[in-house]
Write a protein that binds this ligand. Sequence first.
Ligand SMILES: [Zn+2]
Length: 480
Amino acid sequence: MQHRVLPVLVFIVTAVACATNPVTGKRELSLMSEEQEIQIGREQDAQVRKEMGVYSDEELQRYLSDIGVRLSRVSERPELPWHYTVVDSPAINAFALPGGYIYITRGIMPFLDNEAELAGVLGHETGHVTARHASQQYSRSTSAGLGLLLGSIFVPQARPFASLGESGLGVLMLKYGRDDEAQADALGVKYASIAGWDPAGVPAMLMTLGRIEEASDNKGVPNWLQTHPAAEDRVQRVQAAVRDAEKGADRFITDRDGYLKRITGLVYGDNPDQGVVRNGSFLHAGLRFAIKFPIGWDVNNGQTQVVAKQAGENALILLQEVQRPVGRTIQDIALRSMEGAGFRALDGGRTTINGLDAFIGTYQGSVQDFGRVTVRAAHIVHDRAIFLLAGIASQPIYERVEPAFTKSLNSFRPLTRGEAESIHPNRIDLYTAREGDTWQAIAEHQGKGVVKASTLAIMNGHPVNEQPRVGERLKIVVAG
Ligand SMILES: [Zn+2]
């Protein structure tokens, strides 16, 4: 969560022209000239940098840029102003903007196993730009008035809380069609192999993304890792291109050791500046507050809000900053903002929560996917800002979850400077598997339980039911 609201950007692209697709050579209707592609990319790039943040590791940025530029040089559009950037997001994602702006999250890097897989991801995104998928989608989405949308290697299907606003980056991600994805996969294979990397990196990373998808589905909670439903299908479809590419050369770069060295020390999961979850508490070092969510609930820390959700139930707790509050008193602000969001107040009163001025009330309204809901909400004044902390439940279960809501609402407290400074992020480290090691044992002993055994397996390119080999060099996550 960050201290600002996502701006809604609307571009009106009026010029309609016919252009030749650089990849297929076919003439097609294009709503955008190359100059416009570059201009839109440049403008949106500024937004991405501002909203997501650039990961602060110059050496890693240079490494990524070097690989990207080598891929772009062998593409059909080497003259575009290519930029390759690692953004400071824990989400597992990669995306492209028109004009040659390519991003990967720091969150995807631990799940790539070698340089060839990284080149595969970058090649895939480069393909979305060279084949003009990014600009075509952009044209379509802007004509539909959707504002900022970014193409992505993942395609989130569900937007469980769309009516509550944007949670996480998922909602910013743009959906490409199956054929566009298959073409980008094939272009990824082509660029990576011509530039010298093992094209098998493309199906390998798709396989890993498929495993992440499977594992996240099993959790049964909404998340923003929900990928293209056919990751396995994509692996199959791209194999022929890989075999063709492999005929052309006898030696390819994979460089697992070099890649592992590059990502050692990488921040994993949430960054304290944007809020971290520790032992069921959500701690925000930047905004200096802490909250306890109910034990066992899944906490998702999005760009503009934090959502804790009880698995399998229509109950969640939402935290967000109230933007542009209207009203003189906290009561005024609370009632007006809830009313503005379509909620009717049943009761409410002025109070303090751990010394902070607050207004707690009960409201009714409706929420997409939940239907009619009852809401227990606290509006809290903290550090010259107003935070909304709301427990939202479908009406039949509200009575049952209300005590948990009240407990969380009353747990909001300011963090001291000392507490804020003592929060460190989790990081990637390396470990060599020993005789008898299992993912479970490594997760518990080396990683202090920061990530699950299945996550470690997937991160290291294994199916979740396959144990590490003795002597295998592994990526692990260590507590901050
Ligand atoms: Zn894609």
